[in-house]
Design a protein around this ligand. Structure first.
Ligand code: GDG
Length: 474
């Protein structure tokens, strides 16, 4: 079996100082170490695109990255990926800023990346492509004669046809996705939404449940809920606290802590969460002076207007709530628009009595899983989790809430703050069982094993597909 070639928008090059990176990077590295291979993606730098690839090799893995020009970065990344696909896939058509130039830029960059990767691909390599920035990538490779097995994993939700089909190039995107051999989703409802969108545009023949043919192209669909590294998180969370954190923990020993961290993103439901916390203070005055909610939200995609708007909104709301309910010596809500060290976050998770994770829509949400894994099993905190996070399918022992209903979230917070130790332990151990079973290694191993099972395409099969194309629906 050949190497694994991973393609993601951004790559995480080897950097010893950031050895404790989480999520996707851990999963991808685990898969790459097993077979050896290549990780290809944008360097994160704006610059001259024509420069040769920047390559770093450590052991059996090579990282190859490139710069993007200002125009390509703007159209492919800021506009089409983050101001069209991201809001639409998170059910926010109101925030979609579609422009034809952005779609052209997105298509142009996918083609450019295919040109750059092509000379590096060997005949028996298998390719694993990640996320919404690269929906047309397999299609570009197929046009260049690549018959290797190519899998795709979507980290974010796939919307229902009513939403997806509102995207002007929806039909092109669907047809391009069918050029992958394996399409992986976080949940079964994402998988079904994709198939529903496809069926609304063309005839889809399905065999054995998950093998499909549409537009003469054959591919599989499957569900791979992404996980975390629970042992590593437990180790980080239970390590000795740095002096500043130890002092803070001591100062807060008589206060119940509600805690959360996420990228500052409108999909995470932060303004709604602030209002739910306000409802808790309004409905349950017995908590006044005895609780503290800390929300960490580092800026992300700050160049996109919708992200600037939500930042202003949160600053206003935090000030308003503290102005209304704060007392001399008690500030109920701490909002920190800053990035924190990963190990510190895991340690703060451990002493938080409640993890509050209420996205309006989320592919999976790793913070929810990290919060649970960081707890002390003998005295765990309680997870309050949105029913609209992919993680809610697995973490059914969390207190599941509707993030649009501030009273529902406030009641769950009150319940979490008052929950008995016995109930906390039982809920925590049920969630840990799922988190351990479906960890990040299992996620990547299942995906790669399924991709390897698929027979490689041949030149003939690609030709036959052109002849056997099903007619499109009128
Ligand atoms: C996408 C999908 C899916 C956050 N703030 C800081 C920080 N983080 C870390 C968290 C967690 C990660 O970032 C965020 O992962 P999520 O899964 O919660 O959310 P997205 O970034 O939106 O990720 C999502 C995921 O892809 C994987 O498939 O679950 O649905 O949207 O690990 O801890 N880390 C550090 N400082 C921070 O301030 N160090």
């Amino acid at each position: 079996m050949g190497r694994l070639v991973v393609v993601s928008n951004r790559i995480a090059p080897p950097d010893d100082k950031k050895a404790s990176a989480g999520g996707l990077a851990v999963g991808v590295l685990g898969a790459l170490k097993a077979t050896g291979g290549l990780w290809f993606g944008w360097s994160g730098e704006i610059g001259n695109e024509d420069q040769p690839l920047q390559k770093v090799t450590r052991g059996n893995i090579t990282w190859a990255s490139f710069n993007l020009s200002e125009k390509d970065h703007e159209e492919y990344y800021s506009q089409f990926s983050n101001a069209v696909l991201w809001p639409a896939f998170h059910y926010r058509l109101d925030l979609v800023k579609f422009q034809r130039e952005a779609w052209e830029g997105y298509s142009r960059v996918n083609a450019l990346l295919a040109d750059k990767l092509l000379p590096l691909i060997k005949e028996d390599d298998i390719l694993w492509i990640h996320d919404y920035h690269l929906l047309p990538f397999a299609s570009e490779l197929r046009k260049r004669g690549v018959n290797n097995r190519i899998g795709f994993f979507l980290h974010i939700p796939f919307p229902t046809p009513e939403i997806f089909n509102a995207l002007p190039p929806h039909e092109e995107l669907l047809e391009q996705l069918c050029d992958y051999d394996l399409l992986g989703f976080q949940t079964d409802s994402d998988r079904v939404s994709f198939l529903d969108s496809l069926s609304s545009k063309t005839r889809v023949a399905t065999r054995e449940g998950k093998s499909h043919t549409a537009w003469g192209k054959t591919f599989r669909t499957e569900v791979y809920p992404i996980g975390i590294e629970p042992e590593e998180i437990e180790k980080q969370a239970s390590g000795p606290l740095p002096p500043k954190l130890a002092q803070l923990k001591n100062e807060l020993k008589n206060v119940k802590n509600i805690f959360s961290v996420e990228r500052l993103d409108y999909s995470k439901g932060l303004p709604e969460r602030f209002l739910a916390f306000e409802a808790l203070l309004e409905k349950y005055p017995e908590h006044h002076g005895k609780i503290r909610y800390t929300q960490i939200a580092p800026t992300s995609r700050g160049e996109v207007q919708a992200y600037q708007d939500i930042r202003h909104q949160l600053e206003t709301e935090a000030g308003r709530i503290n102005g209304r309910y704060g007392q001399l010596g008690w500030t109920p809500l701490y909002y920190l628009n800053q990035h924190f060290d990963r190990k510190i976050l895991m340690q703060v998770f451990r002493y938080a009595d409640v993890g509050l994770v209420t996205p309006l829509r989320d592919g999976m949400n790793l913070v929810a899983k990290e919060y649970v894994a960081a707890q002390d099993p003998a005295d765990p905190g309680v997870l309050v989790l949105s029913q609209f996070a992919g993680a809610a399918n697995e973490l059914t022992s969390a207190l599941l809430v509707n993030p649009y209903d501030r009273d529902d979230v406030a009641n769950a917070l009150d319940r979490a703050l008052k929950m008995s130790l016995t109930e906390r332990i039982s809920r925590h151990s049920e969630m840990m069982k799922v988190i351990r079973e479906n960890d990040i290694d299992r996620w990547q191993a299942r995906f790669i094993a399924d991709l390897k099972q698929i027979s490689p395409r041949t030149v003939e099969s690609n030709l036959q597909k052109k002849v056997a194309t099903f007619p499109k629906l009128a």
